[in-house]
Ligand binder design. Sequence first.
Ligand SMILES: [Zn+2]
Length: 350
Amino acid sequence: MPLRDIIGQDNAVKALNAMLGKEDINGAYLFLGPKGVGKFSAGIEFAKAINCAKLGPDACGECVSCKKMEPTRAKARGSCGRNTEPAVVSVAGECIDSLNHPDLFIIRKEEGASFIKIDRIRDVIYQASLKPYEARKKIFIIAEAEDMNEESQNALLKILEEPRENQIFILTTSAVSGILPTVFSRCKVVKFNLLSQARIQEILINRQGFNEEEAVLFSRMALGSPGRAIAFKENDEIRERDRMLNDFFLRKRAILREEACDDKKYNDLDASLGMLLSWYRDLLVSKFTQDRNIFLNADRIEEIFSYSARFSADKLERDISSVMKTMNYIRRNINPKMALFNMAIELERQ
Ligand SMILES: [Zn+2]
């Protein structure tokens, strides 16, 4: 998949094509934009194009270099040989193993770790001191670069300050506040944006094999991020949403039972609360419009309309802020069980 096939990022692709066309490629790049919109895929395609035998504004996809940089994807989770570095899991949960090309390095936080380990950055610094094995340029992709702590970023800064001609750094981030200004200032910034629902549907159907019904539902919930839509399906988020609704909306009295507020039963509590939030958002929206195309919970629109009259807009607004407050607590690691319990009480209050 060359750069031109990246869907919905026309400005970013145009900017990269222009640099490739002028052979104006050097130093470090920062691909900046929301999570799951294709920054990492674009990084791989950019790397391919830089080293493609047919010098041009995009990768040919056919030369030896392009073929070797083609990510091999193992769809099944857990089968990607996590012990073999560098192997990574993309936003979509696919395993991408780029060991095929000795001059392409992918660095990202290991599963369960809080930061990208400083040893990985030391390894990058060592590798950067060596010439490329076979490519014109050695390429380092640091995915979600905000996962580097200050020590790691400062270590990396030393090589960013004295870039060599034969090496390129591509950092991706959705949280620019986590990037040191000194690192930021060394990078050329390429901006990525959220995608329209129609574009996401196109990706889900044509590239991910979703059926139409799934594509409609997940593209609405994705809020502009195809990676999010894919993760929703893979993590069975709809089931998590229904569990949330069951405990906190349909059977409110269940809060008196301990297990309703057991945070441990959710895979990703933040995501599950996000689903609950989307539910209250839809209820509020149903007070003002009959347009069914703007509801996020496309599979439960009938219920949304049937519940709509039971709640005042004021009450729904309070509920929304209660869920948001809880998400905030959980992000700050404040006792999740207590936060859920308090939320349940607030949601029950008329
Ligand atoms: Zn090529």
